[in-house]
Design a protein around this ligand. Structure first.
Ligand code: G3P
Length: 221
């Protein structure tokens, strides 16, 4: 399963990219609004730095304006993916962009029917928002199970990109279901790295080494 970082924070992107654990980036207007500086420059900088796919969201709502924005965003780099909202005009945009070999990510997906239609239109990725379903008392992960099953049944090539991920358990469960990608905030990725027994075990090893240094003062690797 691929891991994408759901952020527009450049420092976080560099931090996790250097660990070799990030396959791509997803951004949206809300994430960009949390960062200082010009959002267009931020998006261009991320696309240039990251080797993997970077989703950049269009903000217009009519077909013509969405197409105009999508074509411009696609020019930011070969790894740019145009993020399109799950609307009727959005589906038209996905069809038109995919016929030009431009990659798309259909966002704000909350049902298996929406995912199926986005795939039909030619989406490269569909982004079901599981945390927001959990928030209103639905089991977000059930939606991932449904979409993965449907796409498997018909060998649909569109990738299931699990979004609105809130905690590490969402990641484990998505991987068990067989989702293609999970995009997660930097703090969730941090939580995946850490374990209290790792910290405890490391303290013990380092303390024992200090004892050895006491007995052998010129100890060196
Ligand atoms: O990838 C979509 C994500 O940014 C939305 O997350 O936590 O606002 O539902 P959230």
């Amino acid at each position: 399963m691929k891991i994408f970082l759901d952020t527009a924070n450049f420092d976080s992107i560099v931090k996790f990219n250097e660990m070799g654990i990030v396959d791509g980036i997803t951004t949206n207007p809300t994430l960009l609004s949390k960062e200082k500086g010009n959002p267009i420059e931020t998006m261009k900088k991320i696309v240039e730095y990251v080797k993997g796919p970077v989703s950049l969201e269009i903000v217009a709502s009519s077909f013509d304006e969405m197409m105009d924005e999508g074509l411009k965003l696609a020019k930011y780099g070969e790894n740019a993916v145009v993020k399109v909202p799950m609307t009727s005009d959005g589906l038209k945009v996905v069809k038109a962009l995919s016929s030009k070999n431009i990659k798309t990510n259909v966002t704000l997906v909350f049902s298996a029917n929406q995912a199926l239609l986005a795939a039909k239109a030619g989406a490269t990725y569909v982004s079901p928002f599981i945390g927001r379903l959990d928030d209103i008392g639905h089991e977000g992960l059930n939606l991932i199970k449904e979409i993965v099953q449907i796409f498997t049944n018909y060998s649909i090539p569109t990738q299931v990109l699990v979004a609105s991920v809130r905690h590490p358990l969402h990641v484990i469960e998505s991987a068990k279901i067989g989702a293609d990608v999970v995009t997660l905030p930097p703090d969730t990725l941090d939580k995946m790295i850490r374990h209290p027994l790792t910290d405890k075990g490391l303290d013990l090893f380092l303390n024992d080494w200090k004892k050895l240094v006491k007995d052998h003062p010129d100890l060196k690797f």
